[in-house]
Design a binder for this molecule. Structure first.
Ligand SMILES: CC(C)(COP(=O)(O)OP(=O)(O)OC[C@H]1O[C@@H](n2cnc3c(N)ncnc32)[C@H](O)[C@@H]1OP(=O)(O)O)[C@@H](O)C(=O)NCCC(=O)NCCS
Length: 156
């Protein structure tokens, strides 16, 4: 297994990765399989990202196989991290850590002084992952509001 992971590379997302990334997200994020959440539209998320800082959307690949994803964003004040996912069969081999390090380096190169991210409160394993990488919970409450055509959706 170690030699398999040694062959891992991280590169920019390419439009040809779309179907593989959607399959990975549907496995990693149960909300993408929830038909009652129309705001969770992976194809739209990808299209939006390709229109805004596509250079901060990365995939981890083993040969031709997409085994991980991460998205970053930088607004000139803070950096944000989204959509970190690793194929279930390949977790706990350092791929998630490599993806986070990759987006951290890309944001650092842009002059970004702090990286923020949000984790659903119930996901204790994911909290443990970020703590292992040196992230600490900020003393903040996260607020959000939907804009545009889904503005009236009250949840999620
Ligand atoms: C979170 C996730 C990306 C981690 O990917 P990964 O490749 O397994 O992570 P790594 O192998 O780099 O883990 C690094 C360290 O984090 C900690 N860690 C990782 N997964 C953990 C878990 N399930 N429970 C406790 N600690 C964990 C460990 O300290 C681990 O080091 P170790 O394996 O030597 O003990 C992966 O579990 C995943 O895709 N989860 C589902 C999607 C998700 O919820 N994403 C986060 C959205 S904010």
């Amino acid at each position: 297994m170690m030699s398999t992971i040694a062959a891992l590379s991280i590169r920019r997302f390419d439009a040809r990765d779309t179907d593989a990334v959607i399959a990975l997200w549907q496995q990693a994020f149960p909300e993408y399989r929830d038909a009652t959440k129309p705001q969770r539209n992976p194809r739209l998320s990808i299209a939006n990202k390709l229109a805004t800082q596509p250079e901060l959307f990365f995939v981890a690949v083993l040969g031709e196989r997409v085994v991980g994803t991460v998205m970053g964003g930088y607004d000139g004040h803070r950096g944000w991290l989204y959509s970190l996912a690793v194929d279930e069969s390949l977790r706990r081999h350092g791929i998630g850590s490599r993806l986070v390090a990759h987006v951290e380096a890309a944001l650092t190169a842009l002059g970004c002084p702090k990286l923020n991210l949000q984790v659903l409160s119930a996901k204790n394993d994911v909290r443990a992952f970020y703590e292992a990488l040196g992230y600490r919970a900020d003393e903040v409450v996260s607020f959000g509001k939907r804009l545009g055509e889904l503005a009236d959706s009250s949840r999620g």
